[in-house]
Design a protein around this ligand. Structure first.
Ligand SMILES: Nc1ncnc2c1ncn2[C@@H]1O[C@H](COP(=O)(O)OP(=O)(O)OP(=O)(O)O)[C@@H](O)[C@H]1O
Ligand SMILES: [Mg+2]
Length: 287
């Protein structure tokens, strides 16, 4: 499904997440400087930028994996402090990490249900309902068209692409409020990438989950995302809707510079860059 087939996000869609002026250093390395992002309900936001730009650090702060040195996170209208990924997940923020997606020695179906296992009672004892989880996992992966040898396989027996597909499937299965995908296509082949992009596109059409997607391929950004935030050396240098910019313009911005000023100057030339517009309180829509 192409971009044009999906109606654009309503400008009155409420803001579900604001990360305000987030800064983070690791010793002498400054990873993020005063980074602010906003995400609306049902929006698919692309976070792009070179290696080391700070993308993973930003989403690891959102998911409670890292703590910011300064800045605030406002989620569903309230300031939040997540102390662990488990806490963020309990609040409906599901993250598929670039580097630590699954528990390798566990089976596919156990991985699908980590933290939300199904149980049964036998003679008063609470036991894992493996049969049920196996069946549900198989049905769900089949529905998503994800092909793996068996849901009984340990995850470390799968290919990198299969592992990533399972991780993405698991995150979608949990019906999150915000889904964060850090390079979910990196290990995938052409067919699998198209499939995961199709899953994201389906979620986007329904406009119930908000998604932050980190990808390096601009073509894919324009296929499935509503808005782009460009991170360079720990700072956001561009915030534009995908309908108001193009792959060529992004490439021009990247080529333009090594420093923030050069990128900002090139970004300023992109006449169609949209500024963030707050939805009006009365829910009045704008064209
Ligand atoms: N745990 C850590 N300890 C020390 N430095 C870190 C740590 N995590 C990230 N960094 C540094 O912070 C900077 C930003 O890294 P980050 O992983 O956020 O980049 P990225 O944009 O996700 O890059 P990539 O596209 O390669 O995944 C880099 O300079 C990196 O070396
Ligand atoms: Mg990263």
């Amino acid at each position: 499904m192409k971009q044009k087939d999906i109606p654009s996000l309503s400008p009155t869609a409420p803001i579900i997440l604001e990360m305000n002026r987030i800064s983070k250093s690791f010793g002498a390395v400054t990873a993020l400087v005063d980074v602010s992002i906003k995400l609306r309900k049902g929006e698919v936001l692309a976070l792009v930028g070179d290696n080391g730009a700070g993308k993973s650090t930003l989403i690891k702060i959102l998911s409670g994996f890292h703590h910011p040195d300064s800045g605030t996170i406002v989620y569903q209208g309230k300031e939040v402090h997540f102390d662990s990924p488990r806490e963020a997940r309990a609040h409906g923020i599901e993250t598929v990490y670039q580097d630590l997606a699954l528990i390798n020695h566990l089976s596919v179906y156990h991985n699908m249900f980590v933290g939300r296992e199904h149980h049964k009672r036998i003679l008063g004892l609470k036991l894992l309902d493996n049969q049920k989880m196996r069946k549900l996992a198989k049905t769900y992966l089949d529905t998503l068209g994800i092909e793996i040898p068996s849901v009984n396989s340990a995850v470390d027996m799968l290919s990198g692409g299969q592992r990533q597909s399972v991780a993405v499937a698991r995150s979608i299965y949990s019906s999150p409020t915000i889904l964060v995908l850090d390079e979910p296509l990196a290990a995938l082949g052409v067919r699998e990438s198209a499939h995961v992009l199709g899953l994201i596109q389906n979620l986007r059409r329904q406009r119930s989950v908000s998604i932050i997607l980190i990808v390096h391929n601009y073509n894919q950004v324009f296929e499935v995302c509503d808005r782009i935030n460009f991170l360079h050396s720990g700072e956001i240098v561009l915030d534009a809707s995908t309908s108001a910019t193009s792959e060529e313009e992004l490439i021009r911005i990247v080529k333009a510079g090594l420093g923030r000023e050069a990128i900002a100057a090139a970004a300023a030339e992109v006449s169609t860059v949209t500024k963030w517009t707050e939805p009006s309180q009365g829910g009045e829509s704008q064209a």
